[in-house]
Design a protein around this ligand. Structure first.
Ligand code: SF4
Length: 612
């Protein structure tokens, strides 16, 4: 067996906070051999990124510290090294790439300067050799024109190109370990596929070990050799990838996997995990997953399970696999009521078209010269036809920049369209005047991707929802408005008592529920969901998708679902329209598009999607 490049033994990373000591990583052990890919998965706040930062020795010393354990790099414990020695290791022996490459690249230096800087910091090279090496790295990360890219500034490159530059910097010193923390989360599915193939190719040729952190389980299934599931600072299950996906044993892993939307779940509610990850300052004594677990038994809350090898290389920390524990307690499991959700029958009688876009164009003029004359147009939306039926969901898919969001916003007149028609309830709303449009606005709402930035942090939830009601439902008095706010919060699974809270007092999933409540409060008939679940963990995403489906079933709403996540599309959409360069290149019923994609672009898009 190959000696591990990195071996983490009982690592504990704690932070001093005003609420006490936060045990972000609390006794984690794993190892990665040369050329191996090891994935860490779990919900946000489980300690994945802190584990990675501890491995590369980048914990903020103002509040964080390694409270125990070892990180052995090629057999030597690097936690004991001084800051100077640690600096020599970072970027040289261990490199890291992050989710958003723009924040890691310096905007005032060229790409070439930044790769050379990394090379010169760790290797004794002449300026000429460093330049040659930088150009070679740009070639290795598949830039066809390395000389040109060398002189470019990061802001002039696309997201995928920037991430390739980050990989070039990270691998320029041929590190023993590459840490990739959500390396493709911000990228389109086709670019994601390219970046992962590139990391694999470079790993195979250079023998670099890879620590992959992601919340995308399909991506793990297709790229990692070993998977570790983290929950509340601990590893709860670890196994070779194929084994873990075939036979997940821990209740948390099972729930994570069953909350991933897939075509087989159409017409059913997705499985969800109730509650949220506990705060790292207040872990209970027993199993940290108790309270959320559908298999919870007597004793789970008081006795902490330990990680044991259940089958060869398949480790698990759960009392269900502890014969001694099971013998000591009543063997009947306390199964929670929500363990298996019933299938939903769509009781709604689906109708004809509620919204029809015909020849819709949204062009932006390009002005040049002293007189700012129009020299051309950016054709963001270029003559599209879409039909959204009553009580149904039409998914609009395509890469970033294809015009999806502009199309959605043009349809509800958040952006002015250049020409075409949007027929809503039999009237072309693009022709309506301000007064007439006032009556239509409440019926067409939008839910945005990032619930945090779309909610004003200075307003309470009541004020946020009331703002829309005052403008769009001026006939309601204060008492009726309050009643409406309470009812819409309850409709999305929140409590009316929460209306005096501010957005930061909610979790990510709850904030998205507030966004949905704001849209629902004005009694819409049609909602544009613009990447509404893209920023959420898979467990929270499942809750929101279930909620949207239930509301659709009860209220007969119609959705235009804008997304780049084709798994979500398979699950939620009745029809799909594929957008490319401002035009619809293919559309039809979801099954038809997924089973028999005809257009070359749709085929490319579908083949790039990682699957479980
Ligand atoms: Fe669930 Fe108990 Fe296992 Fe924890 S130890 S995962 S609560 S069954």
């Amino acid at each position: 067996m190959t000696a591990p490049v990195i071996e983490v033994r009982n690592l504990k990373t704690y932070f001093k906070t005003s609420g006490g000591i936060a045990k972000a990583v609390d006794g984690v052990s794993f190892s990665i051999p040369k050329g191996g890919t090891f994935a860490l998965v779990g919900e946000s706040g489980c300690g994945k990124s802190v584990t990675a930062l501890s491995v590369i020795q980048l914990i903020d010393s103002a509040s964080g510290y390694i409270a125990g354990g070892e990180v052995l790099l090629n057999g030597s414990d690097i936690t004991k090294l001084g800051e100077k020695e640690k600096r020599k290791i970072r970027g040289n022996k261990i490199s890291m790439i992050f989710q958003e490459p723009m924040t890691s690249l310096n905007p005032v230096f060229t790409v070439g300067n930044q790769i050379e800087e990394a090379i010169c910091l760790h290797q004794r090279k002449t300026a000429k050799d460093a330049r040659a090496l930088a150009l070679d790295m740009l070639k290795k990360v598949r830039f066809a024109n390395p000389e040109e890219i060398y002189d470019e500034y990061p802001h002039r490159l696309s997201g995928g190109m920037r991430q390739r530059v980050m990989i070039a910097i990270a691998l320029s010193c041929k590190p023993d370990l590459l840490i990739a923390d959500e390396p493709t989360t911000a990228l389109d599915v086709t670019i994601q596929d390219e970046i992962l193939k590139l990391i694999k190719e470079l790993k195979d040729t250079m023998g670099t070990a890879v620590l992959l952190i992601t919340h995308n389980l399909a991506l793990v299934a297709n790229n990692a050799d070993t998977v570790c599931v983290m929950y509340a600072g601990k590893i709860v299950e670890s196994a070779p990838t194929a084994e873990l996906f075939k036979k997940p044993l821990h209740p948390y892993t099972q729930k994570l996997l069953s909350s991933v939307p897939a075509i087989s779940m159409r017409g059913k509610l997705l499985d969800t995990i109730p509650g949220t990850v506990p705060s790292a300052t207040a872990y209970a004594d027993g199993c940290r997953f108790s309270g959320r677990c559908h298999r919870e038994m007597q004793g789970c809350k008081t006795i902490e399970p330990v990680l044991v090898e259940n089958e060869e290389r398949h480790f698990i920390a759960c009392h269900l696999f502890d014969a001694v524990f099971l013998a000591g307690v009543n063997s009947t499991h306390v199964t929670r009521a929500e363990a298996y959700l019933p299938h939903i029958k769509n009781a709604l009688v689906k109708g004809g078209a509620i919204v029809e876009a015909r020849g819709l164009k949204t062009w932006y003029p390009i002005r040049k010269g002293l007189l700012k004359r129009v020299k051309g147009y950016v054709k963001a939306v270029d003559g599209i036809d879409l039909t959204i039926k009553k009580g149904e969901t039409l998914a609009l898919v395509g890469e970033s920049g294809s015009g999806k969001t502009t199309a959605g916003k043009s349809i509800i007149r958040l952006i002015s369209a250049t020409s075409g028609e949007v027929v809503f309830q039999g009237r072309d709303i693009l022709k309506l005047g301000g007064k007439e449009m006032q009556g239509v606005k409440p019926l067409m709402q939008i839910i945005f991707q990032d619930p945090y930035s779309s909610l004003n942090p200075r307003l309470t939830v009541k004020e946020i929802i009331e703002e829309g009601l005052i403008i769009l439902k001026p006939g309601l008095d204060r008492k009726r408005r309050l009643k409406k706010i309470g009812a819409s919060l309850e409709q999305v699974g929140l409590s009316a008592d929460m209306m005096s809270r501010y957005p930061h007092e909610f979790s990510g999933g709850q904030r998205q529920r507030v966004g949905i409540a704001r849209a629902l409060a004005v009694d819409p008939e049609f909602i544009v969901c613009d990447e509404a679940v893209s920023a959420l963990d898979v467990s929270v995403q499942a809750q929101i998708l279930n909620l949207l489906k239930e509301i659709q079933r009860e209220a007969g709403l119609s959705y235009l679902f804008i997304t780049h996540d084709l798994g979500v599309v398979e699950y939620i959409a009745d029809e799909v329209a594929v957008m490319y360069n401002g035009k619809i290149v293919e559309s039809g019923p979801t099954e038809e598009i997924f089973l028999r994609p005809r257009h070359e672009y749709t085929q490319k898009l579908l083949s790039a999607v990682p699957r479980l």
